[in-house]
Every structure is written in structure tokens, then in C-alpha cells.
Design a protein around this ligand. Structure first.
Ligand SMILES: *Cc1c(COP(=O)(O)O)cnc(C)c1O
Length: 420
């Protein structure tokens, strides 16, 4: 069991919502720093260890600055994400650029920032050379295909669009060396939201073995392997969190058994986790607007899937609690809905909850990664803002809520008036 807690009382929320009306995201700085220290502690045993936080999980520069302060770098996959890393002061090789189907302008920006480019395909070697030049340090993404099973969100590796085949990699590194590269990295990411320690240890073993094979067959020695992201979090109260010490020990054993005998030590170990770092440290805070009783009983809240899409997109479970009613019996069965004109705009389906009245706060847990970031504006829905609960207990707004003017910002409203 993992306990689903929320850092503010109902009275504190009433007070806070006078300044910042619901809905909003709330992130906890103390919890984020605590998690960052736990990761650094567990993986500090590896030479050149670096966690490049996956910016897409929580693309807010205030959060990136906290993580940079804890020693983390950034993992980016688009031009605006590179600019966010720069805004947060994350520089040079602390930035991984793990993109796919990449436009030339984004490669040029990654080169300008000195980021580590992680190529997604063999044809991109020539494309990069022509458009941005081959850097001294370069990484390639491996797709093991049928050699590795995948999981529900990312799919089977052989059906996934990412990465090089093994044969392509064996040809890619010598070609990159010929074109001037001198330092090399090897990357993979084969799962998403995966809670099994054994699965992640097996991924590390696979990369270590491949690095050994590349050295044997081409004489090229990897400077680092990057295990990607994909570590799961316990969204359901009965789920068990990944034990980071156990994971680190498993990877360390593989390192001793494969990397050391192959003469590859010291081999850097990098990761690009997003979800596990900030997911449990963020909440979507909303209020119940309406109760509705037809064939089912509904609670309509003031947030919708434009603020948090995971339940609608993947049927993902997010735990829900009602501040002040934590100890009440779960007497009701509700669908908890937003206001979008899409019937999948539901945060929970047939969920056991205490009796909810309009005005009650409704907290959606584990929303600190792939939450606000996946928001959208369909149906004219305006995305909510983001608040940070600082370690000293104060609250800072780190992104305001959108307004109708933001929604219209890409329209020339004057031209609409003159149009006939
Ligand atoms: C999404 C992504 C990550 C982060 O994944 P999490 O599941 O949030 O840990 C890391 N690397 C790449 C290339 C990704 O696409």
C-alpha cells in the first residue's frame, strides 16, 4: 500500500482558493527534492551518473531549476523544450536531445546549446551532418525489436517507431567516427510506466551487452549508456513503488558481470526519468460544481480532460480524495466528470467515494507528470495554472491560468472584423 496524501487541509485550501480559484495544479517542492535526493543516492555508485529529467513530463522552468539545483540535467525532444532547459540554466552536455523524426532547425538549436544529440535513425547521420554538423559526442537510440517485450503505453518494441536496429548500430558508430565523432553514447527506452524492477534491470543488461558487442566488433568504446525513462509510479493505492535501491543493486550486478569483464569500465550510466521524479509530487485541485443523478450518479468538477488527459486517453487510474472527508465511508459510486463535450471526459468511472456536495474540493492525485503538460484547448477549454508549495510552506504561482485572450492570441482579431 502507498498512502495517498495531500499537503493542505480543507481550511488551507479555502484560504488559498480566494487568491487562486480552482482548478489549479499544486506541486510540492519538498517532495520533489526528496525524490531527487533518493535517485541521486541510489544511483550515485555509477561513474558519471546523470539523471536528465524528461522535460515533457513537467515543462515548467521553475521546476527545472529546482531539479538543476539537485544536480539533474534535462532531456528534451523539441525546440521549445530546449529553450526551457536553457531558461532554467541547464547547459551543454547536461542536456540530452532525444528526439525523433527531427527537423533540421531543432538539430541546429541542439548544436548551438551543446546538447548531447541522441540520434533516432540511421538516415539521420547524413541529415545531421548536412544540416548541423556531426558533434564530437553523439548518442544513438537502440530498438531491440522482438528481442524485448514492451508494455501497454509504449507498445511492443518491434511496433514502435523509435531507434536503430542492432545491425544499423553496428554500422552507425564506425560511420560516425569516420565523420569526426570521438565520443559515443548508447540509449534505449522500451517501456513506459513500468513498475517491475526486473524489467528495468533486464533493459540495463541488454544495453551493457550491446555496448560490449559494439566494442568487440568495431573497437568503439561507449562513454555512457542511457537507460531512458519509463519507470512507473504507484497510481493505485495497492500498487508498489519501484524500490530504487533494489533497482540500483540489480543494475550494479549487471555492470560487474558485463561491463567490467568487457573492459568498458568506467562506463557512464545516465537515465531520463520524468514520471517517477515529479508524478507523485503533483495534484490537480478542483471543486465539485454539480451533482447529477440519471442512470448513473455523476460529480461534475471544474477541471476537465483539457487539464489532465491521462484517464480519457489511456483509461489511466488517478486516485481521488475529498479534503475533510478522508475518513468518511465510501458510500457512493460516482463517475467524476469534466465539462468537455466528449463522453470520455471522466477522471473516474464507477469509483467508490464519500458523498460529495457541490463546493467540496476534489483532489486528483499523482498528476505531477504528464498532467498539465498534455493539456489542450479543444472545445475552447482554457488550461489551468500551476502553483508551487515551497519547502518553507509558502505558495508561488509558477504559471497562471489561461485566459480567453491567450486562446485568441494566434488570431488577428482586427482582420476578422475587416473580413467579408
Ligand atoms: C517520455 C520520455 C522519457 C520520460 O519518460 P517517463 O515515463 O516520464 O520516465 C524519457 N525519454 C524519452 C526519449 C521519452 O520519450
Amino acid at each position: 500500500m502507498n498512502e495517498k496524501t495531500f499537503p493542505l487541509s480543507r481550511a488551507e485550501l479555502e484560504e488559498l482558493s480566494r487568491t487562486y480559484p480552482t482548478p489549479f495544479y499544486l506541486y510540492g517542492e519538498k517532495a520533489i527534492r526528496c525524490k531527487a535526493k533518493e535517485i541521486a543516492g541510489a544511483f550515485g555508485v555509477f561513474p558519471g551518473f546523470k539523471e536528465h529529467f524528461a522535460v515533457k513530463a513537467l515543462p515548467n522552468p521553475f521546476i527545472l531549476k529546482i531539479l538543476a539545483n539537485e544536480g539533474f540535467g534535462a532531456d528534451c525532444s523539441s525546440l521549445p523544450e530546449l529553450l526551457l532547459a536553457e531558461m532554467a540554466g541547464i547547459k551543454g552536455e547536461d542536456v540530452m536531445f532525444s528526439s525523433n523524426n527531427t527537423p533540421a532547425a531543432e538539430y541546429r538549436e541542439a548544436r548551438r546549446l551543446g546538447a548531447v544529440i541522441n540520434l533516432d535513425d540511421f538516415t539521420h547521420i547524413e541529415y545531421l551532418e548536412k544540416n548541423a554538423g556531426i558533434p564530437e559526442l553523439i548518442s544513438c537510440r537502440y530498438n531491440p525489436g522482438p528481442l524485448k517485450s514492451g508494455n501497454a503505453i509504449i507498445g511492443k518494441p518491434e511496433e514502435a517507431k523509435y531507434g536503430f536496429t542492432r545491425e544499423q548500430l553496428l554500422a552507425a558508430y564506425p560511420l560516425l567516427r569516420e565523420k569526426g565523432a570521438k565520443r559515443f553514447g548508447l540509449h534505449t527506452m522500451v517501456a513506459s510506466n513500468e513498475l517491475s524492477v526486473a524489467y528495468h534491470v533486464e533493459t540495463a543488461r541488454m544495453l551493457f551487452e550491446l555496448a560490449a558487442e559494439i566494442k568487440e566488433k568495431t573497437g568503439i568504446r561507449m562513454e555512457f549508456v542511457n537507460l531512458g525513462g519509463g519507470v512507473g509510479i504507484p497510481y493505485r493505492p495497492e500498487d508498489k513503488a519501484v524500490d530504487l535501491e533494489e533497482l540500483s543493486k540489480g543494475i550494479e550486478a549487471a555492470y560487474r558481470n558485463i561491463v567490467v569483464p568487457a573492459g568498458l569500465a568506467p562506463l557512464g550510466v545516465r537515465i531520463e526519468w520524468g514520471r517517477d521524479v515529479t508524478g507523485p509530487c503533483g495534484w490537480l485541485v478542483s471543486r465539485a460544481l454539480h451533482t447529477k443523478n440519471i442512470y448513473r450518479n455523476y460529480i461534475g468538477i471544474d477541471a476537465c480532460m483539457a487539464d489532465l488527459m491521462r484517464p480519457a486517453l489511456y483509461g489511466a487510474y488517478h486516485h481521488i480524495t475529498v479534503p475533510g472527508k478522508e475518513n468518511e465511508t465510501l458510500t457512493e459510486t460516482y463517475d467524476v466528470t469534466g465539462s468537455l463535450c466528449e463522453n470520455n471526459d471522466k477522471f473516474a468511472v464507477q469509483r467508490s467515494l464519500p458523498k460529495i456536495e457541490p463546493g467540496d474540493f476534489v483532489i486528483i492525485h499523482d498528476a505531477g507528470a504528464h498532467g498539465r503538460a498534455m493539456g489542450f484547448n479543444y472545445n475552447g477549454k482554457l488550461r489551468c495554472g500551476e502553483l508551487l508549495l515551497r519547502s518553507n510552506g509558502s505558495i508561488t504561482q509558477i504559471r497562471r491560468a489561461e485566459t480567453a485572450d491567450d486562446y485568441f492570441a494566434t488570431l488577428d482579431r482586427g482582420a476578422v472584423g475587416n473580413f467579408s
